[in-house]
Design a binder for this molecule. Sequence first.
Ligand code: ZN
Length: 296
Amino acid sequence: MNESAPRVIDLGNMTVTLLDGGRLRLDGGAMFGIIPRPLWERQTPADERHRIPLACNCLLVEWRGERDRRVIIETGHGEKYGAKEQAIYAIDPGRWLVSGLARAGVEPESITDVIVTHLHFDHAGGLTRLGGDRVVPTFPNATVHVQRREYDDARCGLGIMTATYRDENLRPLEEAERWNLIEGEPEIAPGIRPLLTPGHTRGHQAVLIRGRDGTVVFPGDVMPTAAHVGAPYNMAYDLFPLDNRESKNRVLRQAANEGWLIVLDHEPNTPVMRAQIEKTWYGLVPAEEPGGVSQS
Ligand SMILES: [Zn+2]
């Protein structure tokens, strides 16, 4: 996403605004799992430290004629990093969800609900922020929705990445009693519900937004960038690669058949895509620019 006004997808009775939740760099080999470097590097060149650039795209959902409800989907990496971590991940702590939200003219206090796909640091880091010498909820009036299974796994540190489930991103919300632990695919807000999409983690959820004039799906880390659309393109970070492939198949099949827009969480260049059916799998094509993105 560029630095100008955020992109808005018009779904008729509601709008979906793309927010900049920050940028980071991760090891290219880890991001592409078993795919040989000569293949992934054609599309996604690595830097001198073998890292590839990634966005942390987040969404703001608002309803026409209703000012009392505002939903954020995903929160990016947040601001709580020391100099060493900033260098490792190429994170600029001044560029995170709250600065992205400010560009959309929205106050964190006005957010009523936050939905996160899972609780790894680059998705849940923006849930909390520095407040003096304490870490406090970024959205003090929001209920935070996540799958109970993901939350339980996060709280016992189930993962192959060390320290990606960070106490500082979770505990302040426990203390403020802001969690809503969900099971299955219940409606969270009008037209918004999760899709169970295990693979990256067991409790990972995608988010479906159905408006009067169209549908947007946010697959989360099922398919982090456009370069991950292929069936074997799992991340080495995925706990259950075959399950992730099945989740990706489900999302892409429905998106292609029903004309959903897809917003990719880590895609730095073309975050809004459409799926199309190809010979043995699916492909992605960039969705048209604002004005043309609302669908029939
Ligand atoms: Zn991620």
